[in-house]
Design a protein around this ligand. Sequence first.
Ligand code: TRP
Length: 348
Amino acid sequence: MAFKQRVFSGVQPTGNLHLGNYLGAIVKFVALQEHYDCIYCVVDLHAITVPIDVWGGPEELRRNTREVTAAFIASGIDPNKHIVFNQSQVAHHAELAWVFNCVARLGWLNRMTQFKEKAGKDREAASIGLYDYPVLMAADILAYRATHVPVGEDQKQHLELTRDIAQKFNNDFSESIRARGFGEAFFPLTEPIIQGPATRVMSLRDGTKKMSKSDASDNSRINLTDDADAIAQKIRRAKTDPEPLPGEEAGLEHRPEADNLVGIYAALADKPKAAVLQEFGGGQFSTFKTALADLSVARLSPIAAEMKRLTQDTAYIDSVLAGGAARAEVLAAETMNAVKDILGLVRR
Ligand code: TRP
């Protein structure tokens, strides 16, 4: 069966977008526009699954939703050729999630490692939304019958659950699916496009920890909104080790900080790490850091400036989201109507 090749991905509006989000996700989203029809969603309904003091309340949520949208556009996602919107504007996500709640099994969700991590010790106090998070994610993807989803390593298990839900739906309703003329399968088995470890950006203060918005030290991360001075200063202050840079990649082993900075350079220059080491190997860190600071400023500060401009133009951002939602809704409604027919839910 031929499903239309379509990319869907989501980013939570949790604030403080940083270089890790940019290199790990947004750069990939930009590249995929060349080869696929893409739908990029700011998943605000996922953001509210954690306690309110974590997601920050209504003002923060509004601000962060617009900021992620601005980051998408400033980074080169074209909201006219592709679709950019926020999840809560298309009610079909939540509606399809309910149907999938009745397809997914308790045992499947009980195996989700991210829930266990996020819920922590006091699992009884976790929201039901946090538990159900992966089902809503499956609905996000399958509302558009997306065939490909770019995600990080940490979301792989959720993608597997999405496939399990699609497969069980296809099996449980195979007769009805065929009778309605949808052939052998209604939902595709969505493939992850996993970002390799090469673009796992680590903290500038500790090369063994992921760069994170919640790190207490702002020097540990380059925020997408940092200006040129802040970027250069954070790179100058980044932790290193006393050795000069190695000439080959193998020499980066057990040198997490060096590895991280070389990885960032490679990703920003769109070159393999080996090529970066060929250029800078044997030299002092200070020389490399200067080059890295220059490259980072050249690549990131125009994005920061454009984000600043866009976030001030709330009316424009909101019009992008509204336009994207209207187009997304047409596609999601088509899926939802078919799902209703397949299930036997009488509709208008
Ligand atoms: N869970 C994803 C994350 O935290 C965000 C997300 C929600 C998503 N729905 C999605 C990603 C659908 C890909 C597809 O990164």
